[in-house]
Structure formats: structure tokens, C-alpha cells
Design a protein around this ligand. Structure first.
Ligand code: C2E
Ligand code: MG
Ligand code: MG
Ligand code: MG
Length: 294
């Protein structure tokens, strides 16, 4: 009996594995064509500073990659980014993301949006490439955006893979004026002793610590400790995944400097983003004739 169960379990396991690797292969082949077939796009999620007096003010946008395939539908970045990384496709895709996000920022400037920072996610694979600072510099120059308007998000894993090389790349990006932040802070294997050597200006507190803030005293302790440590090191803090007023209230009270999450907005296409920002922040003077009143 045990034997039969074992055999069934084995058969089930292999067919599931086959299905998984067939899906991975399908996605890999489809992803190779995704850029040229214009199936990739960016959605943008606003980032808000928490100001004294309880105000929130939009200060930035995070660019988040989206892939819509004609037969497969929307594929989650959680599924296709790892495939893009193992195949190396993340290099051309990542360059396109940088180019597209900065071009969008320029169009928003021209449409009279307040001056925002554009946050772009970087894969460890891109970060490993020692031409990264040169590439970033070229794209900024081509688009005509000052480096200060760009913030690159990297994970602890990307930075800790080779800390010596990471420090050199961060120094070069920093020297060019690009801002750096650590994404998903608290979930990776970062050595706290490196935090003061890394040229980062901001810690993005991972949403897994934010989710249960109002019920979980341990998460509150962790978030409180991260905010205080960051402040002592002169780093900014942004909490990710803020979904409720209760979470926002706690973060504000503890001195978290900025927030991002569904409470304010989901990631949305560029036009919807601009529309809602302009509705909240009407341009002070019309920057071009498109916005002039009749
Ligand atoms: P991330 O950079 O940590 O992005 C935050 C993720 O949380 C996004 O998922 C966002 O849609 C989601 N999110 C934002 N607010 C909330 C909230 O209030 N509640 C919940 N439950 N989720 C929220 P998304 O867009 O699926 O992206 C997942 C991950 O894929 C990103 O995590 C990032 O690591 C990666 N990724 C996305 N775009 C790019 C890209 O252009 N390049 C690279 N290398 N990675 C990317
Ligand atoms: Mg991110
Ligand atoms: Mg994150
Ligand atoms: Mg993440």
C-alpha cells in the first residue's frame, strides 16, 4: 500500500514538474519576443512624503513592469522577472524600462505635474554589469533628465552578492547624482555593517512588515527599530504596501518619512497617473499651450 501511494505520489510529482517546466519554457520563448512585439509596458505607483501637520504630498513614482501576452494574458513580474534574469533578457528589458520611465517623467514635466522622482527597480543581474553607471548616464543624457530625478531600487541580495563591487558601482552612480534605495528592506541578508558603506539614501521597508502592523506587536517593533536606525544613519524611510489608515497612522507617529500602497493608489498606466496627480495638484502656471484656457 505504501508502495502504491509512493508510486502515485512520484507520478503526480513528475507530471506537475513537467507542467511547470513546460510553462517556464513557453514563457521564456514568449519573453524573447516581448520587447520587439511591444507587449511590455510600465505602470506607475505614486510615493508620498508624510509632512508635519499630517499632510501627504506626492514626491515620486515607482515604475513597475507589466507584460501582456496575446494568448497568455497578463503575466506577473514575480513569474517573468526570474526568467528574464536567468536568460539574460533582463539586460535589454531593464534598459528599455530605464529609457521608458525617464521619458515618461519628461512628458509629465511638460504636462505640468509637480517635479517627481522616478524610482526604477534594478535586478541583481543589471547591478553585476560594471557598465551600469555608464548606461544610466547615457540614458539620462539621451532623455535630458538630471540624475537627481532618478532613484534606483536594489535589493539587499543584489548589494550583498559582491559587496566590494557593489560599493564601487554605488559610488560611481552616487558621484553622477543618481539616488539609490534598498528595496524590500529587512527580507534579505544584508549585513548592517555594510549599510554605512553603501551609498544608499533610503530604505524601503518591506510590505511584509507593514501588512500586520496594527495586530502584530513584533512587526511594530521591527518597523519602529528600522525607522530609528535609518534616522540615526541619516537615511530616509519609505514604507511599502500601506493599505489602511491604521498602518498609516502608526508609520506617521513613528516618524516614517514616506509611504506607498493601495491606500493611496495601485500601480496605474501613465495617463491615469497624470490625470489623478493633476486633479490633486493643478499646475500653478500653464507650462504650454495645451493647458492654456480658451
Ligand atoms: P517591488 O519593487 O517591491 O514592488 C512592490 C510590489 O508591491 C509591486 O508588485 C506592487 O504592485 C505591489 N504593491 C504596491 N502597493 C501594494 C499594497 O498596498 N499591497 C500589496 N499587497 N501590494 C502592493 P508588482 O508590480 O507585481 O512587482 C513585483 C516585483 O517585481 C517588484 O517588487 C520588483 O521586485 C519586480 N519588478 C517589477 N518591475 C520591475 C522592473 O522593471 N525591473 C525589475 N528588475 N524588477 C521589477
Ligand atoms: Mg521596488
Ligand atoms: Mg519592494
Ligand atoms: Mg519585491
Amino acid at each position: 500500500r505504501a508502495k502504491r501511494d509512493g508510486r502515485n505520489a512520484y507520478r503526480f510529482f513528475t507530471s506537475e514538474m513537467q507542467a511547470q517546466s513546460a510553462r517556464a519554457l513557453t514563457l521564456e520563448n514568449a519573453l524573447r519576443r516581448a520587447l520587439e512585439r511591444q507587449q511590455l509596458s510600465l505602470h506607475y505607483q505614486p510615493q508620498f512624503a508624510l509632512e508635519a501637520g499630517g499632510e501627504t504630498r506626492i514626491v515620486g513614482a515607482e515604475a513597475l513592469l507589466r507584460w501582456q501576452h496575446p494568448e497568455l494574458g497578463w503575466v506577473s513580474p514575480a513569474e517573468f522577472i526570474p526568467i528574464a534574469e536567468t536568460t539574460g533578457l533582463i539586460l535589454p528589458i531593464g534598459e528599455w524600462v530605464l529609457q521608458e520611465a525617464l521619458s515618461q517623467l519628461r512628458r509629465w514635466d511638460q504636462a505640468g505635474l509637480p517635479e517627481l522622482t522616478m524610482a526604477v527597480n534594478l535586478s541583481a543581474v543589471q547591478f553585476r554589469n560594471d557598465d551600469l553607471p555608464g548606461l544610466v548616464g547615457r540614458v539620462l543624457h539621451d532623455v535630458g533628465m538630471p540624475a537627481e530625478r532618478l532613484e534606483l531600487e536594489l535589493t539587499e541580495g543584489a548589494a550583498m552578492e559582491n559587496p566590494g563591487a557593489a560599493i564601487a558601482v554605488m559610488n560611481e552612480l552616487h558621484a553622477r547624482g543618481v539616488r539609490l534605495s534598498i528595496d524590500d528592506f529587512g527580507t534579505g541578508h544584508s549585513s548592517l555593517s555594510y549599510l554605512k558603506k553603501f551609498r544608499v539614501g533610503k530604505l524601503k521597508i518591506d510590505q511584509s512588515f507593514v501588512r500586520d502592523l496594527t495586530e502584530d506587536a513584533e512587526d511594530r517593533a521591527i518597523v519602529d527599530a528600522v525607522i530609528r536606525m535609518a534616522a540615526a544613519l541619516g537615511l530616509e524611510t519609505l514604507a511599502e504596501g500601506v493599505e489602511t489608515e491604521g498602518q498609516l497612522e502608526f508609520l506617521r507617529r513613528q516618524g516614517c518619512m514616506a509611504v506607498q500602497g493601495y491606500l493611496f493608489s495601485r500601480p496605474v498606466p501613465a495617463d491615469a497617473f497624470a490625470e489623478s496627480v493633476l486633479a490633486e495638484n493643478p499646475p500653478i502656471s500653464a507650462p504650454n499651450s495645451a493647458y492654456a484656457l480658451p
